[in-house]
Design a protein around this ligand. Sequence first.
Ligand SMILES: [Zn+2]
Ligand SMILES: [Zn+2]
Length: 195
Amino acid sequence: MPGPAITRVSVMKIEIHHIPAQGLSLNAERPARHFAGLKELIDSSECVFVAPLSIQLEVRPERDFIRIKGRIDTTIRQACVRCLDKFERPLKTRFTLNYSKKIPQDVHQDDAEAVELTAAQIGMIFIKGEEIDLTDDLQEQVIMAIPYKPLCAEDCRGLCAHCGHDLNTGPCHCGEQRTEGPFAMLKNLNLPVKK
Ligand SMILES: [Zn+2]
Ligand SMILES: [Zn+2]
């Protein structure tokens, strides 16, 4: 069982030497706007966070690396891409992040980009120094979980392309007023009738 949360450890940053051998459980709530990338989404009204991020992390030291299993829950509001209606839905994400201080072999340690890349290839996030800064990685998990083309419902009927009526609330009547269906113009073409 992971040990109790150490209050000195911030949830976004974890000092490595504060992680006990048996691991660590951390729970925190953070407003989404504290994350620069999420604030951008909020400011562009792409996504509204109607609840703070509820963050749970299980930090476990392994032999050569630190494994962090996380879950983030919140509620977001987005506009449906079909009917433009704003709707709320819970957002959940579950993930595992592995952090390593070890520089991958055969990589020159001064080449920061190569070190990061090689670490990523083996599923590791390379950490420099004595603490893990989780801010960017947690934010990335949330961003990846946000639907790119949100639908209020799988079978959302969207808006009438002619009158803009929300077809989820029932059929529109613009077709009746236009009297002509898509084939009406054919009637006026005076096509020669084959004899
Ligand atoms: Zn919709
Ligand atoms: Zn219509």
